[in-house]
Design a protein around this ligand. Structure first.
Ligand code: SF4
Length: 60
């Protein structure tokens, strides 16, 4: 199963992914961290991938 990965250099810490998939992403020091890549029970993080304003999230 693919899990999300955040490009730390690209992430601007907007917090959108943590709102969309709070079980998966957590903001630390203004960067999104993946705390549990398989925990999204609604959209498999696709919404976060599609919504990130700087396209910092990829599925690997
Ligand atoms: S949506 Fe994108 S820019 Fe915003 S916190 Fe998440 S990874 Fe970073």
């Amino acid at each position: 199963m693919a899990t999300p990965k955040v490009d730390m250099d690209t992430c601007i810490g907007c917090g959108l992914c943590t709102e969309l998939c709070p079980k998966v992403f957590e903001l630390r020091d203004d960067k999104a961290w993946v705390t549990n890549g398989n925990a999204c029970d609604t959209c498999d993080c696709q919404q976060a991938v599609d919504s990130c304003p700087v396209t910092a999230i990829s599925m690997e």
